[in-house]
Ligand binder design. Structure first.
Ligand code: SF4
Ligand code: SF4
Length: 297
């Protein structure tokens, strides 16, 4: 039973809510009643992480580590995407799936690569763009590509609408979800103008031999049916010391993806914002994405 199911039973006044037998151990109750991540002290975070690691060991028969590394000081992450370089190969999509333990069935992808015909009306009409191109070879002549994922908005409409505050913006600018607090109402999905949030309609399935065992509580730890998830700029990587690039940046064969600290005047992301003609998606909505598109060629 997920949190939503539990709350529903509670709302219906089901006397002495019964958990399924297989779930009827103390850890299930602890999961339901655990505090909001932002209200936990270090000891409480440590306890929750320890409980999750035991649960994952039982479920996946593998040691899965769950970090709760906080945001680094003086860091605000930003992303750049060079549309003149992207060849539409979707390597970023698949690297993201593996890194972030996204469900293979039902399939969840955080990144959608859109295909446009050159000269076609675009940007203002993202919903009309082709998502399911299936060319034998990319790039296809006369086309260009635009990957879209969470834009890590500085003013995220998804956060405003969440009735349980299960989603919020961290001090380093990453918008995160506490899967244990998500009740699956999907208001945030309706509020996001970029289609960036994905819903686990079924129990997420990941082949055991493909699980990424290095996880973060606010990132790629295994998710639950009924929870919403999204790109976190690979929080489990970028908050390491030294930080690593998000998996999509690392895999891109043509260097179309750039990432760095917007507060560092010498960072690559700052340089490109200052020297290229950058644009952000749907700027008129004043969501203030920290995701910048540009053409370098
Ligand atoms: S990996 Fe790079 S080139 Fe390939 S689709 Fe993603 S951004 Fe474009
Ligand atoms: S792109 Fe969507 S999910 Fe991401 S922060 Fe903005 S509104 Fe929220």
């Amino acid at each position: 039973m997920n949190r939503r199911g539990f709350l529903k039973s509670a709302a219906l006044g089901v006397g002495g809510i019964l958990l399924p037998a297989k779930d009827s151990d103390a850890s299930v109750w602890e999961a339901f009643f655990q505090k909001h991540f932002r209200e936990m002290n270090d000891k409480e975070k440590k306890d929750v992480v320890a409980r999750l690691e035991i649960e994952y060991m039982q479920k996946y028969k593998k040691r899965i580590t769950v970090k709760s590394t906080p945001a680094l000081p003086n860091v605000l992450y930003g992303y750049g995407l060079d549309l003149s370089r992207c060849i539409g190969c979707r390597r970023c999509v698949y690297a993201c799936v593996t890194e972030n333990n996204q469900s293979r069935k039902p399939q969840i992808h955080y990144i959608t690569v859109l295909q446009f015909k050159q000269g076609e009306k675009w940007v203002s009409d993202l919903e009309e763009a082709k998502k399911y191109y299936n060319a034998e070879e990319v790039p296809e002549a006369g086309h260009f590509y635009m990957p879209v994922q969470c834009q890590q908005c500085e003013r995220p409409p998804c956060v405003k609408v969440c009735p349980t505050q299960a989603t919020w913006k961290e001090p380093d600018g990453i918008v995160v979800v506490d899967y244990n607090w998500c009740i699956g109402c999907r208001y945030c999905m309706a509020a996001c103008p970029y289609g960036a949030r994905k819903f686990n309609w079924g129990e997420p399935e990941i082949p055991l031999d493909e699980i990424n065992t290095e996880t973060h509580y606010l990132g790629n730890r295994p998710r639950l049916r009924g929870a919403v998830e999204k790109c976190t700029f690979c929080v489990q990587r970028v908050r390491e010391n030294p930080g690593r690039y998000p998996a999509c940046v690392e895999i891109c064969p043509v260097g179309a993806r750039k990432f760095g600290n917007l507060l560092d005047p010498n960072s690559e992301i700052r340089t490109l914002i200052e020297t290229k003609r950058v644009f952000r998606l749907k700027e008129e909505l004043n969501t203030q994405p920290k995701f910048y598109y540009f053409f370098s060629l």
